[in-house]
Write a protein that binds this ligand. Sequence first.
Ligand code: ZN
Ligand code: ZN
Length: 348
Amino acid sequence: MKAAVLESYNHFEWKDVETPKVKPGEVLVRIQFASICGTDMHIFPGDFHPRTQVPFIPGHEMGGVVAEVGENVSDFEPGDKVAVDPIIWCGECPACQRKHYPACTSLKLLGVDMDGGFAEYISVPPHMLFKTAPHLPDEHVALVEIYGIGFHANNRAKTKEGDTLAIWGAGRVGQVILQAARTKTNGTIFMVDPLENRLQIAEKYYENLIGINPKKENPVEAIKRHTSGKGVDIAFEAVGHADDIEGVYTPVRSCIQSLRGGGKVCVLGLSDEPSPIVFKELIWKEAQIITSRVSDGEFTEVIEHLNAGNLKPDVLISKVMPGSEIQKAFEMLQKEKEKYLKVLLDFR
Ligand SMILES: [Zn+2]
Ligand SMILES: [Zn+2]
């Protein structure tokens, strides 16, 4: 089969490798599309070394069609359209024993800790596969994983009908939090981002959505003004870094400031830097800080909504490129990452 092998950091090769053998208890999937994630952009130059070991095949957001079923597998047959959940829990650590899988202390991912889906085939156990409706476009199946992040965040924050939200960061993660949130509440949603093109995407496709550019106005003041001084029920931090924007805000603290009393902040941004917050501002509201990491069984929920047409996957897809052009795709994203939401690779 052909695969995109990261031969050395910053260098992919599109080459022939051995097609995986289907072991008993496994299913061989013919990958149709895979999506490039922010994590892949960090793996590419070696930020994840030594966790990643080159040469290997990255890719953890992928969908395809069952090509072959190994012995002792009964739930799948060739031709089934499937999304692949790339997460491998250990099942034994204290978090796993309490079924709190995203906090697994030795959580592993296909395409990070072992070969992944930037290839024509992958062989995985059936519990990592989720069937979609046959009518779902192949491109959309590759987005199930990232939608899982958005649904998991909403489930962690317990978003419910009538809730008003503020989503800080309108990039890939912010956009899937928004789409997932819209299956749960018709309340006003504020999106905060300094990039106008991202705000426009959200405003164009969703009603009762207010985009706020922190370079033009103070977002906390704007949210207060639009909510008659009350603030929102839930604020999601999907900015991903602790930096303030020209002194206007620091992401987590501004989330707290934009809440109503008793509200919740759900933090997703993975920053290595400390994020300053003033606990008095949190305590006076008796507000809660919740965190959200990867997903936990949300694949089923995502697929139900995709099958029913409740999500807008095409909004997320900025560009589709052939798998053979992976090197070009990564260089393009390195140069102009703000221009794109999801870039998909076509392995058909
Ligand atoms: Zn990812
Ligand atoms: Zn574990």
